[in-house]
Design a protein around this ligand. Structure first.
Ligand code: GLU
Length: 418
């Protein structure tokens, strides 16, 4: 039998359905939340360095803005689809709600392999995309940020393009900007820090400490690298990491900074000397205590769930676990800290950056980092407590969704939408 085609939007709707049932809400509420408010598809032509013109397709999905302006990143990836962007925007609604931020959910994406473009081509792609969506974004409307294969430089181009379009300096229209343009260094490390922190908090619940626990991390971009770095600093042992080219495994443990140096110099972690090679599938099934999927969606599925040995999973990526696999892990007593909790550090820091930009403030990196740690710890504890109430035989995600969806529905009721 052939594998059913994975559609992240279908998975996102299944998760919503469960939350609606848990909260005892009507089908009508499900129907309202299952469909995004708006999805804009745009054509993004780029004049390539060789003189030809290539056309790329991009989307911005605005899922729900009951709690505030739409908020969420933009990803550049060859496999981006419209339904993926819609799912990601829905996940942002829950993530922002659960974090207690005054934001709704949005997400963008361009179907492109940015590694194949020159810097000039990337700049044109980014400017043309943002220009094409400029009507629907805005400081109090929709605030994009980095995601897979986009970074502070991308945000600088977006901000500049939008500022030209509106005729004033609109620093608050995007977050995750370079420091000199109102960004915060802490925004760069924040998603990884938050994912590491929720792994540590979960480890403390399970074993009393994270010290000495073995960790495997799938994905060594911004999220995976900083998650590794903080867990290492807190005494965990990073035994395996991977990137899009493959993975490495060393039972004695790896120094994350050293691995990053090799990745920067050679293009991949796989060139690290004196280690065993593992594939991106194998890394998930290693004999480790903690697993951090920090790459893309749909990696923990019914196909491999029985072979997963970690007792704590902290989802740095968005949507790495399918709802069915999540149920299996819950029955096996595995603590899966769901994406909308585990990787919320990025958007929490985005909010701090946005507030700072809007009031012309000068928050320090130290203050920003402390606020993030405090907020993530409180959020983790709130979800943990609610999880114990609804029953630990259910996935922790059910508790997180319960809290998140309830807040959005209450805002919609207060606003008179339902
Ligand atoms: N792209 C990140 C996420 O998936 C951050 C979004 C933001 O900072 O707005 O949560």
């Amino acid at each position: 039998m052939s594998q059913p085609v994975y559609d992240p939007y279908e998975e996102a709707k299944k998760q919503l359905r469960k939350a609606i049932d848990l909260l005892g809400y009507s089908d009508e509420i499900y129907e309202i939340l299952a469909v995004p408010d708006r999805v804009l598809q745009v054509k993004v032509p780029v004049k390539m360095d060789d003189g030809t013109t290539k056309v790329f397709i991009g989307w911005r999905s605005q899922h729900n803005n009951a709690l505030g302006p739409y908020k969420g990143g933009v990803r550049y990836h060859p496999n981006v689809t419209k339904n993926e962007v819609i799912a990601l925007s829905m996940w942002m609604t829950w993530k922002n709600s659960l974090a207690g931020l005054p934001y709704g959910g949005g997400k963008g994406g361009i179907k492109v392999d940015p590694r194949k473009l020159s810097k000039r081509e990337l700049e044109q792609l980014s400017r043309n995309f943002f220009h094409a969506i400029s009507e629907i974004v805005g400081i109090d409307k929709d605030i994009p940020a980095p995601d897979v294969y986009t970074d502070p430089q991308t945000m600088a181009w977006y901000m500049d393009e939008y500022s030209r379009y509106v005729g004033y300096q609109a620093f608050g229209v995007v977050t995750g900007k370079p420091l000199i343009l109102g960004g915060l260094y802490t925004r760069v490390i924040s998603t990884g820090l938050g994912t590491a922190l929720t792994a540590k908090l979960a480890a403390e619940k399970v074993w009393g400490t994270v010290e000495g626990k073995t960790v495997a991390i799938q994905g060594y971009g911004n999220v995976g690298y900083y998650a590794a770095k903080f867990l290492y600093e807190w005494g965990a042992k990073i035994v395996a990491v991977s990137d899009s080219k493959g993975g490495i495994y060393k039972t004695e443990g790896l120094d994350p900074e050293d691995v990053m140096r090799v990745k920067r110099e050679t293009g991949s972690v796989i060139n690290y000397p004196g280690v065993q090679r593992v594939s991106n599938e194998e890394i998930l099934e290693l004999e480790v205590d903690i697993l951090v999927p920090a790459a893309l969606e749909n990696v923990i599925t019914m196909e491999n769930v029985e072979r997963i040995k970690a007792k704590v999973i902290s989802e740095g990526a968005n949507g790495p676990t399918t709802p069915e696999a999540d149920e299996v892990l819950a029955k096996k007593d595995v603590v899966v800290v769901p994406d909308i909790l585990a990787n919320a550090g990025g958007v929490i820091m985005s909010h701090i950056e946005w507030v700072n930009n809007r009031m012309g403030g000068w928050i320090t990196e130290e203050e920003a980092k402390n606020k993030l740690i405090e907020k993530m710890t409180n959020n983790f504890n709130a979800v943990w407590d609610f999880w114990n109430k609804i029953g630990r035989d259910k996935p922790m995600r059910d508790a997180a969704y319960g809290l998140a969806v309830k807040r959005v529905v209450e805002a919609m009721k207060l606003r008179g939408w339902i």
